[in-house]
Design a binder for this molecule. Structure first.
Ligand SMILES: *[C@@H]1O[C@H](CO)[C@@H](O)[C@H](O)[C@H]1NC(C)=O
Length: 256
């Protein structure tokens, strides 16, 4: 390879990386680059059912299908700009605060973490440019469900991991830029951002819970018990996902 072509390929590499708009360049893990261009297009989207949740019929075309198309039923939250889930940690007692509640899907009382959807109209009014809508929503949910506030907050996913899903949809969220939210499931539109908060304090008069919420707050839970609830299937996947990321973060901070 001549010197010129080496310089050109280095330049190309730089330009190509920048040109990816922040997307990770190809590696062994992301053979075609992370979040690769896919050529699928949403050609129609209808709300087929709308209640607490919405079922959208999404009609998608793809280059390999020619004139044919694919229909998918995907689930979205009504009025939502994504979701948040919060792992609360007490650095003095080295324990977490979790909740136990009746979960209508599994029809069981299971363990979980404080979590909720990000609501444009509810959380957007507190938006003042200093904090993201996701963080405001996370603070609200922690106060409502665990009666805790303040503390040091860590987002557990990287900035820029969110898909551009919402922007492709006619149901785009007006204010939120859900920068770090992760897809909850293959057939779910809602994306979730996991948080760790260290040393939040008790709130004497917490925000009221929503009517349907019937929650028991369990504080003083050691890490071994968190792992046990996950292994025993006593915590749902979203709670377990955030807990495991939080424990990993606590380890990297030297907390555990
Ligand atoms: C954190 O743990 C310490 C030691 O057990 C306790 O005194 C304190 O009240 C706990 N903080 C919260 C918010 O529960």
């Amino acid at each position: 390879m001549s010197a010129t072509s080496i310089i050109l390929s280095v330049l190309c590499a730089i330009v190509c990386v920048i040109g990816e708009g922040g997307r990770t360049p190809p590696t062994k893990l992301y053979v075609d680059g992370r979040d690769r261009e896919h050529g699928y297009t949403i050609i129609d989207e209808q709300i087929r059912y709308s209640g607490w949740r919405q079922v959208l019929r999404r009609r998608v075309s793809a280059p390999h299908l020619g004139d044919k198309h694919l229909d998918f039923d995907v689930i979205d939250q009504a009025k939502s700009c994504g979701a948040v889930v919060i792992f609360a940690w007490n650095s003095t007692s080295k324990t977490a605060t979790i909740i136990r509640e009746y979960m209508p899907g599994p029809h069981r009382v299971l363990s979980g973490l404080a979590a909720g959807i990000v609501e444009d109209d509810k959380h957007g009014i507190e938006l003042d440019g200093r904090e993201s809508l996701e963080l405001i929503a996370a603070r609200c949910e922690l106060e409502e469900e665990c009666h805790l506030a303040g503390g040091t907050w860590y987002r557990l996913t990287d900035e820029g991991v969110s898909s551009k899903n919402k922007l492709n949809s006619q149901f785009a969220c007006s204010q939120a830029q859900m920068k770090s939210a992760v897809s909850m499931d293959k057939y779910v539109v809602t994306e979730i951002t996991p948080w760790l908060v260290i040393d939040p304090e008790h709130v004497l008069e917490p925000r009221p819970m929503d009517d349907e919420e019937d929650i028991v707050i369990i504080s003083g839970v050691p890490t071994d018990d968190i792992l046990k609830t996950i292994r025993e299937g006593d915590m749902n996947i979203v709670g377990a996902f955030a807990s495991l990321l939080a424990l990993e973060k606590l380890r990297s901070l030297g907390e555990i």
